[in-house]
Write a protein that binds this ligand. Sequence first.
Ligand SMILES: C[S@@+](CC[C@H](N)C(=O)[O-])C[C@H]1O[C@@H](n2cnc3c(N)ncnc32)[C@H](O)[C@@H]1O
Length: 609
Amino acid sequence: MYNNDKLNLQSLNIPEEKREELLRIFPEVRTEGGQIDFDRLRLALGDMVDTGKERYGLNWPGKSACFKAIQTPSMGTLLPAPEESINFDTTENLIIEGDNLEALKLLQKSYIGKVKMIYIDPPYNTGNDFIYPDNFSESLQTYLEYTGQTGEEGKRFSSNTDTDGRFHSKWLNMMYPRLYLARDLLRDDGVIFISIDDNEMPSLRLLCDYVFGEENFIGSFVWRRRASSALADRLVSTDHEYVIAIQKSNFISRGIPKEFGGYSNPDNDFRGEWISGDLTVGMGKNLRPNQFYDLINPATGKSYPPNPNRVWAYIRESMDKLIAEDRVIFPDDVGRRPMLKRFRNELKSDVNPASTWLDTVGLNTESTKELQDIFGQNPFDYSKPLTLIKHLLKISADAKDIILDFFAGSGTTAHAVLDLNKQDGGNRKFILVQLPEPTDRTDYPTIADITKERVRRVIKKLNDEDGNEKNQDRGFRVFKLAESNFTPWDGSIDQSPEALSKQIEMHIEHVRQGRTDEDILYEILLKSGFPLSIPVETLQVDGKTVYSIHDGIMLVCLDRNLTMPSVQAIVDRLPERVVFLDEGFAGNDALKVNAKEACKLKNIVFKVV
Ligand SMILES: C[S@@+](CC[C@H](N)C(=O)[O-])C[C@H]1O[C@@H](n2cnc3c(N)ncnc32)[C@H](O)[C@@H]1O
């Protein structure tokens, strides 16, 4: 009974999820113990199983360890930092300070299949970048050492130089688990855009094929990042980067709205505004002899010879039909060409597909200026121009979508979301993740400080401009990656339920020292699968502080001196589930049993942490 009542404080169990997914598709391969019968799976797949020894694909040293990095659950939590946030109580935007691998794991339960658009701009591996070294068994420990949370001074990582024997492998080992977890967060109609340059473009394309499936590759945008450089120190001046686009499975692009500038209705046509379009196609008369003829205006009898190098777009019969429907405009001068009336109402779509050629969406010099304007200086060298990110947002994200950037840098993605919302009245939400990478600066000691400050300043500017009259979400909640609030979740301890429950019995106080009730509350939310942006109300119930989640669906009471009347008063509010702190029962098993019974009577799920 006791173990069942424990709230599962693990981040999402990825292999378990995948197994369930497989069993949903192939129920016939389920064995008695809920495992997978591989032989039956092979049978079910018939000829689709590739038994050959040699296979096409990307391989590198460390690839199998990446799987362990993906599968090892996070031992961490995200601690709220309201003092660094804006409108903490109402906003749904998030800035998470921490390593993105841990953050992506912690976000799995709450955000699986919820994100519409991901933009990332990871280190390009130019030879000077630091590439975060994951250690699958102690990944949180690595982070705690890096950030100096272990009591010692923060440990620095050196850059990945191209003389390193595992130069590309290190980068792939860093990227693979992150892309894998990011994919799970995407909605089925979601899309990920990844900025990259020539250093890792080949590896990235193959890696994405591996993670997302080759069929989900949408395109690779070529972004012009600077006007041609006269100081090219190599054989060519590389003036572009790429943004590759990959869908989860069925993304539909919003496209680029068509310009309707040239449309008018000078002849009062009942079909509305039109524009004149070409009536010829570029093909020789030998190829389409049926489309090479003199076109006669039946109203005037005037004859218009075909262009000797082209043919009409239609054969005679179709052309006659168009003329009968008054869709062909004949000029007075037979030396000029007849044209087709293209009606705006009859356009198949109001949008054009987005071009992969990006030469008008901002250069790197503009991003430098954008940071100058915000900070009066340039605290970060690698930001992208706002217009580039806005362009990607426009073609992919609707008004209420969630946007994620887990290599946030200076926070351009948040800036673009806030700007675009102001521009089109949308209500897109952002989630940023940024490592507190040291900067050697005193004003902003880490890059995460720059991220937060940029977004604060952007919000202030937008509010100063319009007083936020439309009441848009111009805030963000800051969370910081740290060890779990509960000591049994130390990585060093056996994680089996028996071992844990023993651990809990031994340590009546198992909450890590110095942690607040809010810290615990957000770990409960995260690990119960609630989004971190969920509204939380603080109530007083029979003298106890109770957190009411999402209008009372879940009630959380972290009081350390529970009594039966207080438990009953909480139960009487009829939530779907209640969570109490184990310490709240102070070892009084009878009280705990009664609390559980009271919940059972009202069909309420009872959990302790
Ligand atoms: C090229 S920058 C992104 C710039 C951003 N697009 C902008 O416009 O400002 C890459 C960022 O990823 C961050 N980063 C690298 N490894 C990370 C990790 N493991 N977790 C979170 N952030 C990381 C770096 O600190 C750096 O700020």
